[in-house]
Design a protein around this ligand. Sequence first.
Ligand SMILES: Nc1nc2c(ncn2[C@@H]2O[C@H](COP(=O)(O)OP(=O)(O)OP(=O)(O)O)[C@@H](O)[C@H]2O)c(=O)[nH]1
Ligand SMILES: [Mg+2]
Length: 445
Amino acid sequence: MEDTIAAISTALGVGAISIVRVSGVDAIEIVNKIFDQDLLSAETHTIHYGHIIDNNEIIDEVLVSIMKAPRTFTYEDVVEINTHGGIATTNKVLELLLLNGARLAEPGEFTKRAFLNGRIDLVEAEGIMNLIEAKSDISRKLALKQVNGVVSNNIRELREKIMKLIANIAVNIDYPEYEDILEVTTKDVEKEITYIESKLNEILKQSNETSLVLEGLKTVILGRPNVGKSSILNMLLNEEKAIVTDIAGTTRDVVEGTLNLNGVYLKLLDTAGVHEASDKVEEIGINKSLGLIKDAELILLVLDNSSKLTAEDKRLLELTKDKNRIIIINKVDLNKELDLNEENTIYLSAINKTGLEELKKKIVEMFNLDSINTDMNMFVNADDIAKIKRCLNIIDKIKKNINSIEIDMIDIDLREINDILGSIIGESYDEEILDTVFKNFCLGK
Ligand SMILES: Nc1nc2c(ncn2[C@@H]2O[C@H](COP(=O)(O)OP(=O)(O)OP(=O)(O)O)[C@@H](O)[C@H]2O)c(=O)[nH]1
Ligand SMILES: [Mg+2]
């Protein structure tokens, strides 16, 4: 971080103003070389009117903001040049900066410096990225909380508790002869880790709910031809979205629809009926249907009440047995031929529109949608969820063994939890992880 970096921080295109940002020890000196006013004696947090010049040629009329370390985004000297918008002018200004000693910043490098200089932690850095990418009001609010450190503060509090425990245990181990030292009992440990466990569970719960709210629930309607998949999609959407006929193989490609259940979006995918394909187009459609099983968060497997279980039905039952699945037995208005005993089964008639409420209720139950709090505070990404789960496993192990194990063994486990939590907020990190985090940023951020 010895060098000074520069990049265009606004979107490239035609606009009234663009901002070129420079950060590093030589930021002010470099900009001073291409500006027609003196900046070397400028006070911090001031704005200066003047021109960018290249060998006496005026390139643009600009405003230059001087922000000296440490009260800046990167904790380094930062200069921002407001140029007239437009690709040619902005690029020319950047080019002059690079010619005069700045280096082109990598994507996310400003934010990476803010992290490395200790201004923000990793969760907050990701929050900044989420803020930039937020497309809805909910995701914007959430990202802002992340930037402001709501998750980080929670994790920091937990780490402090763990470190205190570790320290107390160490004193007990090292100075057993001192009688006036407070003895740490397994009871104390148990109480503390139970608290930590509940906090981590809360972060997990909120993160899961948040991703449900932000991303919706990917729901695949699956079944052999003619069982009424498209009719069920239409019933759920209350709209003739998909074509329904009595010809097997009516739906050939995936038909999508969205349903709002208690504030959570179900992304419904009606698929081509799965059976032995009779032509190439159908075969592609069927392979698509089967391919959707893997990523689906919910499978609605449709069976026909008026016919016996077929080989296809059995195959689909087997393929989806480990998924979140609701079996819909459709056409209950016809005589019952189907004999099946599986859990999570709903009976309905898409033609008579009966059973719709039971189906919705089942989905709400399955994903606890009625207790979802849309005013969320905490959200961590999938990697961090995996780390938190690892911590919970260790806590579980400690709790199981707490009465049979020496306190210095617990110490090792506590240290591991501490390290894992530390890696979430970037308190212990390696370069490779940092690079993957920051390379997803846009240039100039
Ligand atoms: N009696 C009765 N018929 C139904 C019911 N639901 C759908 N059908 C009829 O079953 C036939 C097939 O319905 P679709 O919704 O097109 O079936 P699908 O599973 O989407 O079929 P493919 O797209 O070919 O895989 C149509 O004639 C529907 O009218 C029901 O609840 N009762
Ligand atoms: Mg269909």
